[in-house]
Design a protein around this ligand. Sequence first.
Ligand SMILES: O=C(O)CCC(=O)C(=O)O
Ligand SMILES: [Fe+2]
Length: 238
Amino acid sequence: MSDDDALFPLELVQPETHDAGPRLIAPGAVHVAGWLTGEQQRWIVARFAEWTQGPVPLRAATLPGGHQMSVRTVCLGWHWQPYKYTREATDVNGRPVLDFPEWMVRLGRKAVAAAYASDGGENGSTALASAYTPDAALVNFYNDGAAMGMHQDKDERSDAPVVSLSIGESCVFRFGNTKTRTKPYTDVELRSGDLFVFGGPSRFAYHGIPKVLPGTAPADCGLTHGRINITMRVTGLS
Ligand SMILES: O=C(O)CCC(=O)C(=O)O
Ligand SMILES: [Fe+2]
């Protein structure tokens, strides 16, 4: 058995399907296709329009090497900038970040419960879901060829799961391993309304968005073009 096999057994990856129901991608990493209804997606798109009104605008972050990301982001709860969380957007306009909405905490709990439900609560999934209290969200907007390179979400001081929601155009989500930004990885197509949760042994796995698939936004999602992604996190900061 190669190291890669040990890290990422092939049997783990079930055939790709867009039927509802959780699909295990790696230990602790679950894809739930079609989790949000069209009505929920349209409602979230309307909230997104409000968030982008400020006080902090949608902005493409600049990495320490001077490279500007192609994705634009607005944050809730804590403002993320490479590579830390702050309460004020000191790399944008110095204004305070929006509050983390109560409804999103409830949605995050439901998401963790839905993703980890298949063990019937036996491995502590029910307790994990009810205790889950995300306090930061990065709300990403992808258009005009925007993509996101392979990275780990590691600016949080907590190993609580990351909850990711997708609305609008489909994308390829590359979900890798915790050791390297390269193979082994699994490419998952995330469509409008899909949920992806990564926690446990996959919490610090490398992941990225190699491409968004233009023209794939469904008519009922509330977006005509582009892709919104919300990733909720527990920062472990106070
Ligand atoms: O757009 C996505 O689905 C992933 C976003 C992401 O990895 C991040 O914001 O850290
Ligand atoms: Fe990420």
